[in-house]
Design a protein. Structure first.
Length: 266
């Protein structure tokens, strides 16, 4: 009986250890999702719904396809490709402007980042950002090519991740009939990831239009959970956002965000 009890105890210990390791692994993967320059392939699908555009209370639904692909340069440096390709459906976005559906403009960023954090734990990346006029409708894009610098700085301490991502884009080519672009994007962020891979996050995705002298400031609160299906790590998330500032033609009030992310760790 003693031997049987000992074997049972050893088996239970092994099960609990395996479960703890799996939770630790999922927690680390969830924390990597909070790091914009993590050395891990991920493919997020981010759905946003907002309303209050213009005098006709127009609405917009956008699915952002946002693959993140790290490219190892050598043992010390990594280049991270971050793409944002929006697929948008909108209605009366500029008064009685009808409905449009299709692709929006693509934002493509490349970050050169050290393979390891600094001695003080700082993670950073810097590089170029490009605006590519991929919109399939005049009201879905700017019809302008753009370029500028982008930078991200963050730190991860225990369960916490905090930092900021920023870029500035100037237009340099495109339709002469459309307004030139000089736009600054600021995204400070804070997140907390639990041992069982729940992540609670707060950020803003603020944009300042230097040509129109206008701020657009959504404040986002999100909750996500990372889990594994048949060895495939997946993160599901949901949240709300409040438009603290926006141009006169909207949006306003509360919006909704849903996320589905596939992770491909090494």
């Amino acid at each position: 009986m003693r031997h049987a009890g000992l074997k049972c105890a050893v088996a239970l210990s092994a099960i609990f250890a395996t479960t703890a390791q799996a939770q630790d692994s999922n927690q680390e993967l969830a924390k990597k999702l909070s790091n914009p320059v993590a050395a891990m392939i991920s493919v997020p699908f981010q759905f946003n719904y907002d309303r209050g555009y213009g005098p006709n209370d127009g609405s917009k639904s956008t699915l952002n396809i946002q693959p993140v692909i790290p490219l190892s340069v050598n043992a010390d440096w990594t280049v991270i490709s971050r793409t944002i390709l929006p697929v948008t459906s909108q209605n009366d976005i500029e008064g009685a402007s009808g409905s449009q559906f299709g692709l929006g403009d693509t934002t493509q960023s490349f970050f050169v980042s050290p393979a390891k954090p600094t001695e003080s734990g700082i993670i950073w990346g810097v590089g170029p950002a490009f605006l590519i006029p991929t919109a399939t409708d005049d009201l879905l894009g700017s019809e302008k090519w753009g370029i500028g610098p982008t930078v991200v700085v963050l730190k991860q301490e225990g369960e916490w991740t905090y930092g900021a991502l920023a870029n500035h884009i100037w237009s340099f080519a495109g339709s002469d009939e459309r307004n030139d672009i000089s736009s600054t994007f600021l995204q400070p962020f804070l997140s907390y990831t639990t041992k069982d891979a729940w992540t609670f996050s707060l950020n803003t995705e603020s944009t300042y239009d230097w040509k129109a002298d206008e701020w657009t400031v959504p404040i986002n609160v999100n909750v996500s959970k990372l889990f594994t299906i048949d060895k495939q790590p997946i993160s599901l998330g949901a949240g709300v956002r409040y438009w603290a500032a926006a141009p006169d033609n909207g949006p306003e009030g509360l919006g909704v965000r849903l996320t589905l992310t596939f992770l491909f760790p090494k």
